[in-house]
Design a protein around this ligand. Structure first.
Ligand code: KG4
Ligand code: ZN
Length: 470
């Protein structure tokens, strides 16, 4: 079996200079007094090696080393997490023992509803308008000031560069002013790890299906920072398909498309329209939603649905047709997830027979139908499903703070930036940032479909199949 992955922390920030090191040691000193030697959190075997606490980090600050065997958990760490990778501006304060002290999210849903998607420049502007207020509110709700913080965690990728920059600048400004260490966080890693905040028994290795607006990922998490990518999307993510379907059906997008489809689908007949399941012929764990999107669009066109008439004004027959499309779309979109998860479980158990959990997280994981269907897959394979509560599935600051805590405990952080850092500095942002290494055995010929799927003959086949009636 060919396996390839690198043992590197996702946080590939530059090695610290000597002066940076001294600054960090100074910053860490006051923390020593606050540390608790007791660990009540789920820990990987390597991190259980020592409970020697911060002192060891100070002595041996291996900022970009893959593992710091002398690092340890600290319940009374207090970390501020900042998230601005896409369309939500979020901040939260979380304690090392998993206690959420505050959580604030400012959504750009109105902008989304107006423009039907995220426009980077407008999203950046919206983040800039609220970032100070969101962070301040998170501190106020936690009844803390910056002086009470142990570190700041911030999403540095993947995401929209312009948007990531807003969060990173804010984080570095606070970290510089208050001499705080900083942790650069991978957005999708954060979606996966936040499951460990709620589920104390969730130990490595575990599997994770991460389903959001921009990503579909199936990973095997072997340890903190050690991920094998079993599958990814070759075109659109499932959340994008939910959002476009909702838009074309004239649904209210103010809470994003996913919840609107979930709600309407409850009224519809999920077997009324025969959409075909994507990538049936590809025996791998990759995903594709572009073709299903096209099938849905063609079905909507063939039924003469007028999306400019909002669903609230549609007559009962029109509403029924829209509900049937929503339900039929959702059934097939989720069937695709189910099929890929079945195979991924097989693969993961070959690599790590001790896997017991499948984490399902990311915005789409807040969907009850998705959870129920995946629960059946997991049970058939004698595993357990772990889904964070919906407010922690969609983008939030808690997941960023928590991922910061997990990494900080392992000594993986950056020293405080200088207090007088210039505004125009080039930050370490990673708009495209893979999570882990691809599982070589699963490398897919399906990637070649990327160009094939737009071939006109395929479009007409799709059209024909979407017009089939039961
Ligand atoms: O993780 P997330 O908040 O942001 C990204 O990282 O993209 O995911 C947002 C996506 C959107 O596409 C949204 O429509 C979808 O999650 N979503 C849902 C539900 N709630 C949010 N999709 C289906 N059902 C839901 N209940
Ligand atoms: Zn997300």
């Amino acid at each position: 079996m060919a396996l390839s992955f690198r043992f590197w922390r996702l946080n590939l920030l530059p090695k610290p200079s000597l002066s940076h090191l001294q600054t960090t040691l100074k910053a860490l000193k006051p923390l020593k007094q606050k540390l608790s030697p007791i660990c009540s959190l789920p820990m990987s075997s390597s991190s259980l090696n020592s409970l020697n606490s911060h002192l060891s980090v100070s002595k041996n600050p291996t900022f970009s080393e893959p593992h710091n065997p002398t690092a340890c958990p600290q319940d009374d760490l207090v970390v501020l997490g900042i998230e601005t990778s896409c369309d939500d501006t979020a901040a939260a304060v979380v304690r090392g023992n998993g206690e959420i002290l505050s959580q604030v999210v400012s959504s750009q849903a109105d902008l989304l509803a107006q423009y039907g998607g995220v426009a980077p420049k407008m999203a950046e502007e919206a983040h800039l308008q609220v970032i100070d207020q969101v962070v301040q509110e998170a501190l106020d709700k936690a009844k803390l000031t910056e002086r009470n913080l142990s570190a700041i965690a911030v999403t540095i990728g993947p995401g929209l560069g312009l948007c990531l920059r807003v969060g990173v600048r804010k984080a570095r400004k606070i970290a510089g002013s208050f001499n705080l260490p900083i942790i650069g966080v991978h957005h999708m890693e954060a979606h996966a790890l936040v499951a460990r905040l709620n589920e104390r028994e969730l130990q490595f290795p575990f599997m994770a299906l991460l389903i959001s607006g921009g990503h579909n990922l199936l990973i095997l998490a072997r340890d903190l920072g050690q991920y094998i990518q079993l599958g990814t999307t070759i075109d659109d993510a499932i959340g994008e398909a939910y959002d476009k379907t909702a838009k074309w059906l004239g649904l209210d997008l103010r809470r994003s498309g996913g919840p609107a489809i979930e709600e309407l689908a409850r009224e519809g007949d999920a077997k009324s329209i025969k959409f075909s399941t994507p990538m049936k012929q590809h025996k791998d764990c990759n995903f594709s939603y572009a073709g299903l999107k096209t099938q849905v669009r063609l079905a909507i066109e063939s039924k003469n649905i007028n999306a400019t008439i909002p669903i609230s004004s549609a007559n009962s027959e029109d509403r029924r047709t829209r509900a049937d499309i929503a339900a039929s779309f959702q059934r097939v979109a989720v069937l695709h997830l189910e099929e890929r998860c079945e195979r991924a479980i097989e693969w993961a158990l070959k690599i790590e027979p001790s896997v017991k959990y499948l984490v399902v997280s990311g915005g789409v994981a807040s969907n009850q139908y998705v959870r129920a269907r995946l629960d059946q897959v997991v049970q058939r394979n004698s595993l357990r499903l772990v889904c964070p509560p919906p407010s922690l599935c969609t983008d939030n600051g808690v997941m960023v703070a928590w991922t910061g805590i997990e990494n900080f405990r392992m000594g993986r952080f950056d020293p405080p930036p200088p207090a007088d850092e210039p505004e125009d500095i080039v930050y370490d942002l990673r708009p495209r940032w893979p999570l882990g290494e691809e599982y070589v055995e699963g490398r897919s010929e399906a990637r070649s479909m990327k160009t094939a799927r737009i071939h006109p003959s395929l479009t007409s086949m799709i059209q024909a199949s979407s017009q089939q009636q039961p």
